[in-house]
Design a protein around this ligand. Structure first.
Ligand code: RP5
Length: 191
């Protein structure tokens, strides 16, 4: 088994349904990773040990997901020089806004690259990790280029589909322009 390059950490196993999207994306790029549940608040010593030893273990990037008063990304970033990507997890009374601000609002000197709330968050966290690793791995960079080209293809396919369905929908629609509007758009009896 290859040495993990990305460490995925989450504050609780309740975060996993969201965080697994990051794991799946890394898997699809063939990037080795490991996954841990470590809480900045409930297991603070474990959080600092994990971050302090991450570099020696061969990790290159850490992805940290947490909800509520989400300090995990910041605490890990405080104890390592590796780049930390934060995923805010929605939940609780503030529906993720708390986690978003807590992850995002780091003081100068201790960055946490924060991705969005929702399912795009873990996907983008993994893609950002791939991009970071790709700066020193041309093969991985080319995989990422192919991924981006795939996005263009998807938009082109979507556009082609909409051309067909939109034309059909207009043809079959019972809604017609009112009689008093001429086909050139001007109103009858109004000059
Ligand atoms: C955070 O508190 C975790 O990251 C999780 O999003 C949230 C709730 O944790 P549980 O009470 O479900 O364990 O630390």
């Amino acid at each position: 088994m290859s040495t993990p390059l990305v460490g995925i950490v989450m504050g609780s196993d309740s975060d996993w349904p969201l965080v697994q999207k990051a794991a799946a994306m890394l898997e699809s790029f063939g990037v080795a990773f490991d996954v841990r549940v470590i809480s900045a608040h409930r297991t603070p010593e474990l959080a600092s040990d994990y971050a302090a030893n991450a570099e020696a273990r061969g990790l290159k990037v850490i992805i940290a997901a947490a909800g509520g008063a989400a300090h995990l990304g910041g605490v890990l970033a405080a104890h390592t020089v590796l780049p930390v990507i934060g995923i805010p997890v929605a939940g609780g009374a503030l529906n993720g806004l708390d986690a978003l601000y807590a992850t995002l609002q780091m003081p100068a000197g201790v960055p946490v690259a924060t991705v969005t709330l929702g399912s795009a968050g873990p996907v983008n966290a993994a893609l950002l990790a791939v991009q970071i690793l790709g700066t020193a791995d041309p093969e991985l960079r080319e995989k990422f280029r192919a991924y981006k080209d795939g996005l263009k293809d998807k938009v082109a396919e979507g556009n082609a589909k909409v051309q067909v369905t939109a034309r059909r929908a207009v043809r079959e629609s019972p809604v017609r322009a009112p009689q008093w509007i001429r086909t050139d758009g001007t109103a009858r009896g109004r000059g």
